[in-house]
Ligand binder design. Sequence first.
Ligand code: G3P
Ligand code: CA
Length: 321
Amino acid sequence: MKLGKTLLTSAILSTTILAGVQSASASGGGTGPVSPDNSSTAHTNQEQNKNVLDRNVAIAHRGASGYAPEHTFFAYDKAKNELGADYIELDLQMTKDGNLIAMHDETVDRTTGGKYHGPVKNYTTAQLKKMDVGSWFNQKNPQYANPKYAGAKIPTLDEILQRYGTNTNYYIETKSPNVYPGMEEKLLNTLSKHGMTTPDKLRNGQVVIQSFSQESLLKMKKLNPNMPLIQLTDALQLPQYSDADLNYIASYARGVGPEYHDATPAQVERLHQHGLLVHPYTANTQLAMKNLINANVDGAFSNYIDRYIQLRNQSQNKTAY
Ligand code: G3P
Ligand code: CA
């Protein structure tokens, strides 16, 4: 990412926010498990009134994607209801008919096991709904395979927000925003429809928008100056940033999401000195997780978020381990 040098004006940073309405409770929408189990949610409503971003946050990368097919209700249900993730992470793509869906790749090939081909943008929502995005996981991960994953459907953002409601924390990435003009407006409108852009939700960090695209984040900032934003950086990018670059990022973003190898203690301290949170991606080994916790990060992405939570909690009474 080449950073621009023009600072945002205070006028941009103080404009109004979008109003929200409360969402209705959800059905499964035919895209996974029948209904969510909310009996063991990680945080109570009272806790939800605190700023989520004030703690070392456990971000379930593509849901509990180490244990269940990524970006399906199976993966999100497990992350939220069983593993106690602070956030479920969503990558967004846009369909031919203009709906936002949760999918990491710009093409459908990998998560359909090669049964379908080509860009998401060439398929309508109805066409995408016919695809099985669960069977590939069973083939790739026999130790976690489950017959119920076969036939898992691609969820739309609307369905996700409806299913998980306003007591869930969402960490949402605008993927390929250059391919999908208008995705930022669509995202904000959908979040607003489900009550996730109210002043308290944004103040408490219950929704966070992340992107590798600085342009997309700056657009978000203009559309809603109160939305917490995270600037993602590619591997080896963070160490190249000057203090001026970090000052500029701090003018629009709440924090940085570096590739986890770049989140050294020195870099984390440097980002903190610029007032930026640090949420590295994607720590899947115990060593990587421990290194990040000892580096004093403010959270991390993992496919095995239960393991990160366990190490994070263990570290609370220790200075290092
Ligand atoms: O959003 C953080 C991390 O998920 C970025 O990598 O490719 O998994 O979206 P990716
Ligand atoms: Ca992501």
